[in-house]
Design a binder for this molecule. Structure first.
Ligand SMILES: *Cc1c(COP(=O)(O)O)cnc(C)c1O
Length: 393
C-alpha cells in the first residue's frame, strides 16, 4: 500500500450507554496475555475454573453451563434453537426491543409464536400470561429480565411457577441483568438463560454465558430433528465443555481470559456487594437527575439500577447533547430505540462503570450542557443531590 491508514488509537471514553460498558483495566490486561491453544492443558483448566465461576454467577448447579462464542444475541439464538423444533408452540413476552428480537429468532427457528405484550417501560404481571398459557399450550415461554431498551426490571419468581404449572420451560434473557441485579437460576427454576459479556460483566462484547437446566437438557435429548444451527448446537458444544474435549470450533482464547478475569473481579467483590453498589449509584443518579427536572420513563418501582431510561426534557435537542457529552467530556450515553427514539436517554451504570466518579462526572457535564442551552437550575444542584445520597449511606 502506498499510504497506510493511521495506526490504532481509540479515544478514551466513559461508556455510560446501554453497552458496551467500561472495562476494568485488569480485563484489558487479560486480553493482551499470550495466546495458548484451545486444547492446551492450561486453557482447559482455565475453562473449568471459568465454568465454575459462571455457575456461581448464575447461581446454578446446572452441568450444562458454558460461554457461547459470540455476542448476547447468539446466546438468545442458542437457547431458542436448541429447545424449539419446527411447529413447537412458544410464548414470548414483548415489552421492548429484545422481546421483539426473541419473537423473530423463534419464528426463524420454526416456532408457532404467541406474543404477549405490555407497553414499553412496563413489566409483566403473572396474570398477563394466564390466557396465553391456556390457549397456546407452549413448550417454552421466553421473557427478558432486564429490558435494556426501556430500563424495566422484570420479576421472575411467580411467573416461573405459572410457566411450570402450565408444563412449559422458562427461557430468560439476562444479558443486561447478570452481575447487576439478582439472577437466581436454580431458586427461580429458570430452564434456559443467556447473558452477554459487555453489559454488567464489563468485558468487551464477544461471549454469551448460557446455562440449561437438567429439564431443558432432557427436552434437547428428546429432539426428533437436528438443531437447526450447527454452530450453536449445545449437544456438540457440551462435548467440548465436558470431559471429552471434542474439538468443535476454535474457542476465542483471549476473550475467555477476559471473561475469566472479569468473573474473578466480580466474585472478589461478591455478587451481593456488586448489586448493592449498582443500587447505590442508581439512587444517586436518580436524585441528581430529579434535581434538574429529568424523570424516568420506566414503570415506578421497576427501574433497573444498571439502565436508567429517562425522558429528554422538553426543548432539548437529543443529538446535540449526546454529541457534546461525547466530544467535550468523552462520555457516551445511549439514545432511545424504536418508539423511544429522540424521546429517551439510556444511561448505563453497568459493572465497572457503576461508580461514584462516573455518576458525578455525568451529572456535572449534563447540568452544564443544559444550562448552556438556557435551562435554569441552582448551580451544582444535580451533583449536590447525588452527593447527599452518597453521604447518607
Ligand atoms: C444487548 C442485549 C442483547 C443483545 O446482545 P448483543 O451482545 O448486542 O448481541 C440481548 N438482550 C438484551 C436485553 C440486551 O441488552
Amino acid at each position: 500500500m502506498s499510504e497506510l491508514p493511521p495506526s490504532l488509537n481509540p479515544p478514551v471514553r466513559t461508556l455510560l450507554g446501554p453497552g458496551p460498558s467500561d472495562i476494568h483495566p485488569r480485563v484489558l490486561r487479560a486480553l493482551a496475555a499470550n495466546t495458548v491453544g484451545h486444547l492446551d492443558p492450561y486453557y482447559l483448566s482455565l475453562m473449568n475454573d471459568m465454568q465454575q465461576m459462571l455457575r456461581a454467577t448464575f447461581r446454578t448447579a446446572n452441568p450444562l453451563t458454558l460461554a457461547i462464542s459470540a455476542t448476547g444475541s447468539a446466546g438468545m439464538e442458542s437457547t431458542v434453537v436448541n429447545l424449539i423444533e419446527p411447529g413447537d408452540s412458544m410464548v414470548v413476552c414483548v415489552n421492548g426491543v429484545f422481546g421483539g428480537r426473541m419473537v423473530d429468532v423463534a419464528e426463524r427457528a420454526g416456532a408457532r409464536v404467541t406474543r404477549v405484550e405490555r407497553p414499553w417501560g412496563e413489566v409483566f404481571e403473572p396474570a398477563d400470561l394466564k390466557d396465553a398459557l391456556v390457549k397456546a399450550r407452549p413448550k417454552v415461554v421466553g421473557i427478558v429480565q432486564a429490558e435494556t431498551s426501556t430500563g424495566a426490571w422484570q420479576p421472575l419468581e411467580e411467573i416461573s411457577k405459572l410457566v411450570h404449572d402450565a408444563g412449559a420451560l422458562l427461557l430468560v434473557d439476562a444479558v443486561t441483568a447478570l452481575g447487576g441485579i439478582p439472577v437466581e437460576v436454580d431458586r427461580w427454576g429458570i430452564d434456559a438463560i443467556y447473558s452477554g459479556t459487555q453489559k454488567c460483566l464489563s468485558c468487551p462484547p464477544g461471549l454469551a454465558p448460557a446455562s440449561f437446566s437438567p429439564r431443558a437438557v432432557e427436552v434437547i435429548l428428546q429432539r426428533k430433528t437436528k438443531v437447526q444451527s450447527w454452530y450453536l448446537d449445545v449437544g456438540m458444544l457440551a462435548q467440548y465443555w465436558g470431559s471429552e474435549r471434542v474439538y468443535h470450533h476454535t474457542a476465542p482464547i483471549n476473550m475467555t481470559y477476559a471473561l475469566y478475569e472479569a468473573l474473578r473481579i466480580l466474585h472478589e467483590e461478591g455478587l451481593d456487594a456488586a448489586q448493592a453498589r449498582h443500587l447505590r449509584n442508581h439512587r444517586a443518579l436518580k436524585a441528581g437527575l430529579a434535581a434538574i427536572g429529568i424523570e424516568y420513563t420506566t414503570q415506578a418501582g421497576r427501574e433497573l439500577p444498571q439502565l436508567n431510561a429517562v425522558r429528554i426534557p422538553a426543548g432539548v435537542d437529543d443529538l446535540q447533547v449526546r454529541s457534546a457529552l461525547l466530544n467535550r467530556f468523552g462520555i457516551e450515553i445511549g439514545g432511545g430505540l424504536g418508539a423511544f427514539k429522540g424521546k429517551v436517554w439510556r444511561i448505563g451504570l453497568m459493572g465497572h462503570g457503576s461508580r461514584e466518579s462516573n455518576v458525578l462526572q455525568l451529572l456535572g457535564a449534563l447540568e452544564l450542557l443544559l444550562q448552556e442551552a438556557g435551562h435554569k437550575f441552582a448551580h451544582g444542584a444535580s451533583v449536590a443531590a447525588a452527593n447527599a445520597v452518597y453521604a447518607g449511606g
